[in-house]
Structure formats: C-alpha cells, structure tokens
Design a protein. Structure first.
Length: 310
C-alpha cells in the first residue's frame, strides 16, 4: 500500500514535525552544517531531539549548532567531525559514538564534481555519497538496534534516473568519466541501500527509506553553472521546474525520520512528502525500477562490504 500524508511539495520541515515529541531521542545528521542539513537538524532539535551534526568543517558546525540552539532553545545540539570519503574518519566517528541512536539522516553529499578519486582510487561521488554512508550506517548498526524502532534516512535524488549501478565499472576505470552519470549512480545506490538494509535489519526494528528532497539552491550545486541547469531541465522535460526553500527541501527527510505514518515502513522511496510511484519515461519524478531491484540491492551491499574491507 502506497504511503500518503497530509503534506506536499510546499510543506516545511517544521510543519511536518509539528506535534511530534522527540524528547529523549538521539539523532545524527551528516552534512548538518549546510543546505537542507541545517533545516533537517533544526526541525529535529525543535521537536526535542538531541542532534549531532556530523560535518567536515567543525567551525561551520559550531556556528550552525549555536544558531539552532538560539532558534529552538534546545541546547542538545552537538558537533562531531566526519569526512565520508575518509575511511579512518568514518571509523573514528563510529568508535566515538556511545549509546543508542534513534535517527540517522544520511544527508551529506557531493554533486556532479570534476573527476576526483580517493586515495584508494574510488570515484569520489560514489565513495562519499554511498560508501561513506554505508560504512557509517553499518558501523552504527548496534546503536540503531539498541534504540528500538530506529529510522535511517537515505537522501537520494531524482538524478538516480540518470544511471543504474554499472557494476562492471563503478569507478569509471574503463569508461569515460561523466559527472552526472557518476552522481546518478551514487544516488541509485542510496535507494538500493534502503531496500537491502530494511531487509537485513527489520528484525532489529530498524527501517530505512530513501527520498528525493526536491531542487534547492545550496552549496551542493557549487560545481554546476546556470547553463548546466538550463540544459538539464530541457533534457528532462522539467521546464516548469520550481526551486524549494531549504525549509521545504528538508521536509521529506524529516517526514521519513519522524512521521507516525511510516511506523514499520522501510525500503521505500519518497518525494514531496509522500511515497513516489514508478518513474514515467520523459519525467524526472518517481522511482526507477532498477533502484528498487532486490537482487541489485543485495549485490551492491556485498560489493560495498568487500570494497571497504579491501
């Protein structure tokens, strides 16, 4: 049964969480010091949760934490160092975490970057957007299980429609690098992760859902020119494209993290505060069948474990 809610494309994170009490709950938001991460963290803190901003730039994290404390009155807004493209940083974050974790919002990401590789030779977008979050979430599995009813939010994108997982050459070692294909592949991985994690962890009371936040002008687009955006819209039939505010862009993440309507629901893809239907050719909404394919989800999980263990 498709999940519907009273909220929509124009709803804000604060509206979505209104009336929900997160007192005593602990949350992590990766990339919590920029873009929709700030408003996701603000909404969770506003509902009473202890929120840890997992960020690369600790100064920006502290500024954001102080701002959220000032606007919500919740002093339980913490900052911790996390670089998703650095295995040692992910491992250190996991080791430092103590106690249960009720909400994990895998929000951070890099979009359409020039060809860049990690020291291991991994393509940066796949390494950051998928492998880093995979290592973080699996590393925090016991903390999530200890919470009872924990939720993981996997922030994907309609860009997943640009590419399935190209298992034969994920890291563009044989094919020419194309920034949007690489980004799309990493965003497909975010959806497949939700499918497989829910399957594996349902008995632990952990549910994982993915989502498309919408188009929001943030630092995420730092590698993209206005000409690039116009060309993308013409290619995808999105001529009537409308930008969301960061508060609106954070709404679907907060809904997936907190709504009672999603109790026990996992492995699904949401957009505009509701579960998305199948993608229709020529549109940039809905979810691709390959992103929900259970066989691909299992294959990606096993490959990710092997990659991080190498």
């Amino acid at each position: 049964m498709t999940i519907t809610t009273p909220f929509g494309a124009q709803s804000t994170a604060a509206e979505v969480v209104d009336g929900i009490d997160l007192t005593g709950r602990r949350a992590i938001v990766t990339g919590g010091a920029s873009g929709i991460g700030i408003e996701t963290a603000r909404a969770l803190a506003g509902a009473g949760a202890e929120v840890t901003l997992a960020v690369r730039d600790l100064d920006a994290g502290e500024r954001t934490a102080n701002d959220i404390i000032a606007t919500t009155g919740n002093k339980q807004v913490l900052v911790a160092s996390l670089d998703l493209a650095d295995r040692a940083s992910v491992a250190a974050f996991v080791t430092a975490w103590d106690g249960p974790l009720h909400i994990l919002v895998n929000n951070a990401g890099v979009m359409a970057s020039p060809e860049t590789r990690t020291p291991e030779g991994w393509e940066l977008q796949f390494a950051t957007n998928h492998l880093g979050h995979f290592g973080l979430t699996t590393g925090l599995h016991q903390a999530l299980a200890a919470a009872g009813g924990a939720r993981v939010v996997s922030v994907s994108s309609s860009a997943h429609l640009r590419s399935p997982i190209v298992f034969e050459d994920i890291h563009f070692l044989e094919r020419a690098y194309e920034p949007w294909s690489a980004y799309g592949q990493s965003k497909t991985a975010n959806v497949l992760f939700a499918v497989e994690a829910t399957r594996r962890w349902a008995n632990d009371g952990i549910t994982v859902n993915s989502l498309m936040p919408g188009g929001i002008r943030t630092n995420l687009q730092r590698h993209i020119t206005e000409e690039d955006l116009q060309r993308m819209r013409s290619q995808t039939g999105a001529g009537s494209f409308t930008w969301k505010t960061p508060e609106q862009g954070a709404a679907t993440s907060v809904l997936v993290a907190t709504s009672p309507l999603l109790e026990g629901i996992g492995g699904r893809y949401f957009e505009d505060c509701g579960e998305a239907g199948p993608n229709q050719p020529g549109t940039r909404s809905g979810v691709a069948a390959y992103a929900l394919d259970p066989e691909a989800a299992t294959r990606l999980w096993e490959l990710s474990i092997d990659t991080l263990a190498a």
